[in-house]
Write a protein of this length. Structure first.
Length: 130
């Protein structure tokens, strides 16, 4: 009696399957890392927006209590989320004849993320303090 050929995978077929699976796993890992970096970037941006909105609401409250704001400028370091950032605030008088009693309040935040400089700013207008 002669033995029949068995239906089995050859070594070449197994090597090809493992290679294809390896490429797929590498692509999935890269996309996972990319998504994690994007998530971290969005967390930083949301933290920065919340920080700037808090500063702006503090100014708004101070403007209501004092019936306006005086021109001023300051710069300091701040911890936003888990990152160190440079915070800059400036209140400047508008140089427009029609808007004599209006000041522009602008807050900005700068930080470094993945060796890239990032900056976010908010601005609004208030009455000048008399």
């Amino acid at each position: 009696m002669r033995r029949g050929l068995r239906a089995a995978f050859t070594l070449v077929e197994l090597m090809a399957a493992v290679s294809i699976l390896s490429v797929g796993i590498v692509l999935i890992a890269r996309s996972f890392i990319s998504v994690a970096q994007a998530l971290d970037s969005m967390r930083n941006r949301i933290s920065a927006i919340q920080f700037l909105e808090t500063k702006m609401s503090e100014w708004e409250q101070a403007a209501r209590e004092a019936q306006g704001l005086k021109a001023d400028e300051k710069q300091e370091e701040a911890e936003v989320g888990v990152r160190q950032a440079a915070y800059r605030a400036e209140i400047s008088l508008l140089e427009d004849d029609e808007a004599e009693d209006i000041v522009q309040a602008r807050v900005s935040l700068s930080w470094t993320e993945e060796n890239r400089a990032k900056e976010l700013a908010l601005a609004t207008y208030f009455n000048e303090k008399k």
